[in-house]
Design a protein around this ligand. Structure first.
Ligand code: 5GP
Ligand code: ZN
Length: 149
C-alpha cells in the first residue's frame, strides 16, 4: 500500500497491484460517470446489461469487511445519486444494487465496489433461488448471528 496525495483532509491509500486503484489514479482508463473527492463511478467493462456501473471508494480497501464507515457512506450516497441516473439513461425498468464480498460470494476484484445494474424484464440475469429452513433452524441461525459481536 502506498499513501497518495489526498484530495481533501482524508488520506487516500492505493495498492499498486490493484486494478481499481489504477483506474482511480488514471493509470488505466475507464468510462467515468461520476466522481467526487471520496468516490469514483465508472462503467463495468463486461456488463450484465449496458450501463452496469461500479462505484468505488478512491482509497483502497478490499470489501465490506475492511471498508471504513466514511468510505461506505460516501459510496452509498453516490449510489443513491447514481441509481436513478443509470435507470433513466438506460431506460431500464429497475436496478439491482449489489456488493460481492469475498470469493465464495462472487468477488473477483478485491477493491471495495458496489454494482448498479440496470434491469429489464426477462433480461436473463437470475436472482438467487429461494431456499428453506428445517424445523427450528431459522431461530438457531438468528441466535448465532445475534450472539456475534
Ligand atoms: P466482482 O465480481 O468483483 O464483484 O466484480 C468485478 C467487476 O469488475 C466485474 O463485473 C468486471 O467486469 C469488472 N472489471 C474487472 N476489471 C475491470 C476493468 O479493468 N475495467 C472495468 N471497467 N471493469 C472491470
Ligand atoms: Zn484498490
Amino acid at each position: 500500500m502506498e499513501e497518495c496525495s489526498p484530495f481533501n483532509d482524508n488520506t487516500i491509500m492505493h495498492d499498486v497491484n490493484c486494478i481499481f486503484c489504477k483506474i482511480a489514479t488514471g493509470i488505466i482508463p475507464a468510462e467515468k460517470v461520476y466522481e467526487n473527492d471520496e468516490v469514483l463511478a465508472f462503467l463495468d467493462n463486461t456488463p450484465v446489461n449496458k450501463g452496469h456501473t461500479l462505484v468505488i471508494p478512491k482509497s483502497h480497501t478490499t470489501n465490506i469487511f475492511t471498508i471504513t464507515r466514511e468510505d461506505l457512506s460516501a459510496v452509498m450516497e453516490a449510489v443513491r445519486i447514481l441509481a436513478p441516473r443509470v435507470k433513466a439513461a438506460t431506460n431500464a425498468g429497475g436496478v439491482n444494487v449489489i456488493m460481492n464480498n469475498d470469493a465464495p460470494a462472487g468477488q473477483v476484484v478485491f477493491h471495495s465496489h458496489t454494482h448498479i445494474i440496470p434491469r429489464f424484464e426477462n433480461d436473463g440475469f437470475r436472482h438467487w433461488h429461494g431456499g428453506t429452513y428445517g424445523e427450528g433452524e431459522m431461530g438457531a441461525i438468528g441466535a448465532m448471528i445475534r450472539a456475534q459481536n
